[in-house]
Design a protein around this ligand. Structure first.
Ligand code: SF4
Ligand code: MG
Length: 334
């Protein structure tokens, strides 16, 4: 069938100008040619360190920011080239949940007025609005009484529930959730993830679930894409990713997750150093300065995302023990 969302070779570059002369110094390739798809009712976890471009990817897909190039297809319609009026119709099917819902809420509006806003924009009759708001509050586990309060009167977890209720107001098919639990206490995180998992089942929602931590997306995702410096470096089914990660970056992310079982004493490859600047990304494989398996060719030749085992894609010359064509060519050159 038709994919709910299909992203093809999406790029978002920002010009970097000198503060003094305003001269163009270069570009930040925040998103540098990523492709992925989400089927109806499916959850794709998009994971990477902060600064890897995952939030920019989410915003660009929704056209909250303009893409530099690429295509975004929603249910078979390309939306990056669509005019604003047609986009408005499609937009209600794709909603965003933000990390810090508080900063996106008008502090002078009550929760129910915040949830009402999209209903007003899409011209739902007033009578139906109140009933709808009541159902939405119930759906996300808030009371009517809480709906009458102001954002600062609620806890972080309750506000995130309200943010989800607002996102659900127009009955979307896809939710782009940008680190929806990162600002919450660990105990509350599980509650919100469980709520989102329940809503997915009940409403048949698809999610692009953005996180910086592989443990956060483990429960909710069907598939996972790992991003590094603007590119997807690994993508596959969830179980496959946790059981047999192929990219050294994914391995180090997995090792950064505390392992509660003391019996498991795997060799831990921890990430050394900070994420390099996307203005001037490392040559060849962007991960090579931090990769314990880097070889000479990794500094020269950029690995492409390739299907290493069926359905399992990785961008590493040595993924799966078989050397990529690019490298065998580079090596065999005189
Ligand atoms: Fe490491 Fe080389 Fe693979 Fe990049 S291509 S992840 S540097 S082994
Ligand atoms: Mg972010």
């Amino acid at each position: 069938g038709t994919a709910l969302l299909e992203v093809k070779n999406l790029k978002k570059y920002y010009p970097v100008k000198s503060k003094l002369s305003r001269k163009l110094l270069g570009q930040v390739k925040a998103v540098d040619g990523i492709s992925f798809s989400i089927q109806p009712g499916e959850v794709l976890g998009l994971v990477g360190e902060s600064g890897c471009g995952k939030s920019t990817a989410g915003c660009t897909v929704l056209r909250l920011e303009n893409a530099t190039s690429g295509e975004v297809w929603f249910e078979g319609q390309e939306i990056l080239s669509m005019d604003k009026r047609m986009l408005k119709d499609i937009r209600k099917n794709m909603q965003m949940v933000f990390q810090d819902s508080y900063s996106c809420m008008n502090p002078k509006m009550t929760i129910q007025e915040i949830i009402r806003e999209p209903l007003v924009i899409y011209k739902m009759p007033r009578r139906e609005q109140n009933e709808k708001i009541g159902r939405l509050l119930e759906l996300v586990g808030l009371t009517r009484e809480q709906g009458g309060r102001y954002p600062h009167e609620l806890s972080g977890g309750q506000r995130q529930r309200a943010g989800i209720a607002r996102a659900l107001a127009l009955e979307p098919k896809l939710i782009i959730a940008d680190e929806p639990v990162s600002a919450l206490d660990v105990s509350i995180q599980a509650q919100i993830i469980n709520l989102m998992a329940d809503l997915k089942k009940e409403l048949g929602l698809g999610y692009l679930f953005i996180a910086h931590d592989l443990s956060v997306v483990k429960h909710i995702s069907d598939r996972i894409a790992v991003m590094y410096l603007g590119k997807i470096v690994e993508q596959c089914e969830k179980k496959e990713l946790y059981a047999s990660p192929l990219h050294p970056y994914t391995v180090s992310l997995l090792n950064a997750v505390p392992i509660p079982d003391p019996e498991i004493k795997k060799e831990r490859i921890l990430l050394e150093g900070d994420l390099p600047s996307p203005i001037d990304p490392p040559s060849g494989c962007r991960f090579h300065p931090r990769c314990s398996g880097a070889k000479e060719c990794c500094r020269i030749s950029e690995p492409q995302l390739r299907e290493v085992t069926p359905g399992h894609f990785a961008a590493c010359h040595f993924a799966g023990g078989n050397v990529s064509e690019t490298v065998s060519e580079a090596v065999s050159e005189p």
